[in-house]
Design a protein around this ligand. Structure first.
Ligand code: NDP
Length: 283
């Protein structure tokens, strides 16, 4: 009974005792945002701009970054720069961070959001592809973080890592992608503890997203998944708020947190649950 009551109190405290988000805290904040040319990253760029942040945008397509930059300026961003970079190249992360620090004079937020192209299909044995995706989705996150830690520490900054439900629950058609997202959880959750142990003032926020209505996600999952996609602009805001309030993990939509808890609590029902959401007859 005592254990049960303690559990209920802990859940209630976690629910109500949250730092409230103060939008003004982002006015003038210096943000390096990856994967900023499309989808959730593009929406994050617009939110940061509305909050008056100073932003360095990066992705591969220069012409698209230029358009996102122009829109950010009309929305109220204090400063916006962009740098095209392909994160499959191991030398790019350090260059991007150096460019950001040079342009913005330091960093308060490093928001890691980009992903390499991930077909939504059954494993076809392509090991080289998995290696490549690990480079883009995982190793470049580690390299960007390594390069940015000194400036983040100086500014009591925040690391924001965008992950997925498939980084907590392995789902079909996402073998390599899921592996990269599990790797992020392992690395960044461990790093968070080490930073705390060393009393280094850098927060690490892991963002666990469900299906979001970006063009790429909708196109890939059509006919294969029975799930409703949530709006990208709302997902983007949830990520930004979580980073600004320095929470350790955020789930969007919020109820995914309970899905993950049930997944751990009831392992014998896992196959049944997954098969009700996925079209297993799909090639
Ligand atoms: P999008 O595919 O819409 O955007 C991906 C971004 O990454 C683009 O800006 C793209 O720009 C950039 N990018 C792609 N390849 C590279 C590369 N090699 N080097 C550098 N940048 C690259 O993705 P979403 O917005 O859907 O996803 C954003 C984040 O949210 C990801 O971390 C994803 O895992 C996560 N997420 C998304 C879900 C969803 O349903 N949408 C669900 C769960 C998690 P460019 O082509 O110009 O390089």
């Amino acid at each position: 009974k005592v254990l049960c009551a303690t559990g209920i109190i802990a859940v209630l405290l976690a629910f109500f005792w949250k730092d409230t988000f103060n939008p003004e805290s982002l006015s003038g904040a210096r943000v390096l945002l990856t994967g900023a040319s499309a989808g959730i990253g593009e929406q994050m760029a617009y939110h940061y701009a509305r909050f008056g942040a100073e932003i360095l945008l990066t992705a591969r397509r220069e012409a698209v970054l230029q358009k996102v930059m122009e829109k950010c300026l009309t929305l109220g961003a204090k400063k916006v720069f962009y740098v095209p970079a392909d994160m499959s190249s191991p030398s790019e992360p350090e260059k991007v961070v150096q460019f950001a620090v040079q342009k913005l004079g330091g960093l308060d937020y490093l928001v890691l959001n980009h992903i390499g192209n991930s077909p939504f299909q059954m494993w076809n044995g392509d090991v080289e592809y998995t290696r490549w995706l690990m480079q883009v989705n995982f190793f470049s996150y580690v390299a960007l973080t390594t390069a940015a830690l000194p400036t983040l520490e100086k500014n009591k900054g925040s690391l924001v890592v965008v992950s997925s439900l498939t980084g907590k629950i392995p789902t079909p058609f996402t073998t390599s992608y899921s592996a990269t997202k599990f790797a992020l959880d392992g690395f960044f959750s461990s790093l968070r503890h080490e930073l705390i142990m060393q009393k280094r003032n850098i927060s690490v926020t892991l963002c666990i997203l469900g299906l979001i209505d970006t063009d790429t996600a909708l196109e890939k999952t059509r006919g294969k998944v029975y799930l409703t996609a949530s709006p990208a602009a709302e997902a983007a805001l949830a990520i930004i708020q979580a980073g600004a309030t320095k929470v350790q993990e955020v789930f969007y939509p919020w109820w995914l947190q309970y899905t993950c808890s049930l997944w751990v609590l009831f392992p014998c029902h896992r196959n049944q649950v997954l098969q009700s959401y996925y079209n297993y007859s799909s090639p």
